[in-house]
Design a protein around this ligand. Structure first.
Ligand SMILES: NC(=O)c1ccc[n+]([C@@H]2O[C@H](COP(=O)([O-])OP(=O)(O)OC[C@H]3O[C@@H](n4cnc5c(N)ncnc54)[C@H](O)[C@@H]3O)[C@@H](O)[C@H]2O)c1
Length: 358
């Protein structure tokens, strides 16, 4: 079988992971046909790393798509640039593997959804956190404990120094939700095995709310909202609670170390930054018993699962769980969360979804 040709769009920060770690296990199934980045220095250095000729390096996505023969593109630009790349890919009938979130605004997500559907291309959105050993083990524990009552997710990082979370994340609107919360809302859907029916809560900046960034040390690291707290009602009658904080001074639960607790009929399953999944349950005498759950090994750990699922899909395999069709639900929850915050109200997430799919 001939190798599928990939155009990488955005070859900066996270694309380093894609080029060095996530794609290489599948080098017998794909090859890089071209790279695109608006930053010429980054582009040249990645091109050199991959041994690509200068004719395969582009600063303009439109030009790359027009001039290079390819089967699919992999989009790893900041969210505000996803829509343009997706629309150009659809016009060229290139299948798409894109980093999360779908886009930076709900309007752009809806436009992407409609364009992808009408063009017939396949689009997979990266939700790598579903496929880590720690989360697969947590899912196994939840399956053992029966019906879910509610789930709690906590994410907390110390990004009080400007630039410590990558420059653009200190500037974009609703930064915690758009760049971070999308992973956690998707994970809460995954753990509750349902979509979000309604969402209520707020995202905020403690400095800005108080009207003076000097009153909350570190909050001037962000132009917009680094903190969030939400309650989710799920479509299957379960509930979830999300806490997100990019100004953590105490205990962090940062990337790949998020805290989750899933309260179920038969007990509670917990996961903290020690990466051990524990089941808490009552013995016959009513005493609390805690036991550790053996790790469930991922077929491909985290991010690497995404190119695997994508290539299988292109070769006629199953539609991956976080294909656009499904992932629009996580993005709807995230943009509904923003509206909930801005309007101090509870938002019907499925009404949001209809705006994209209707
Ligand atoms: N799934 C994950 O765990 C994870 C982790 C980090 C980042 N991400 C996602 O990856 C994407 C990129 O984030 P990053 O951290 O790599 O950002 P980054 O700023 O480090 O890199 C983005 C690159 O895109 C380039 N770029 C910007 N606009 C472009 C355009 N119009 N055309 C071509 N290139 C353009 C920039 O020059 C830069 O080199 C985002 O969607 C982010 O949410 C996902």
């Amino acid at each position: 079988m001939s190798k599928k040709k990939c155009i990488m769009v955005g070859v900066g920060g996270m694309a380093g992971g894609w080029i060095q770690h996530f794609w290489p296990p599948f080098s017998d199934r794909m090859e890089f046909a071209a790279l695109v980045d608006v930053n010429r220095d980054v582009l040249n250095s990645r091109g050199q790393e991959l041994g690509l000729p200068s004719s395969a390096l582009f600063t303009d996505v439109r030009e790359a798509f027009e001039r290079v023969e390819a089967d699919f593109c992999c989009i790893v630009t900041p969210p505000a640039f996803h829509r343009e790349a997706v629309e150009l890919a659809c016009a060229r009938k290139l299948d798409i593997l894109s980093e999360k979130p779908i886009a930076d605004t709900w309007d752009a997500c809806c436009a992407i959804y409609k364009t992808v559907r009408s063009s017939g291309v396949k689009m997979l959105v990266t939700q790598n956190y579903r496929y880590t050993t720690r989360i697969l083990t947590l899912k196994r524990a939840v399956a053992e404990l029966g019906t879910v009552n509610y789930a709690i997710g906590r994410y907390a990082s110390d990004y009080r120094v400007r630039g410590s979370w990558g420059n653009f994340r200190h500037e974009i609107p609703h930064t915690l939700l758009v760049e971070g919360g999308i992973h956690h809302l998707d994970q809460l859907r995954n753990l509750c095995e349902a979509n979000v029916s309604h969402i209520a809560g707020w995202d905020w900046s403690p400095g800005h709310i108080r009207g003076n960034t000097d009153t909350f040390k570190g909050s001037d690291s962000f132009d917009t909202e680094p903190c969030a707290s939400y309650v989710l009602k799920m479509t299957n009658g379960t509930f979830a609670n999300y806490e997100g904080n990019n100004l953590e001074v105490g205990k962090t639960n940062s990337w790949h170390s998020e805290y989750y607790r899933v309260e179920c009929e038969g007990g509670a399953a917990t996961l903290d930054k020690d990466h051990v999944v524990r089941i808490e349950e009552r013995g016959e005498s009513g005493t609390l018993k805690v036991r550790e759950v053996p790790n469930v090994k991922a077929q491909y750990e985290g991010h690497v699962m995404m190119p695997f699922q994508f290539l299988e899909w292109l070769d006629g395999g199953p539609t991956p769980p976080t294909a656009l069709e499904d992932n629009i639900q996580s993005n709807a929850a995230m943009f509904a969360a923003i509206q909930a915050s801005e309007t101090n109200s509870t938002i019907d997430v499925q009404e949001f979804v209809k705006q994209a799919t209707g």
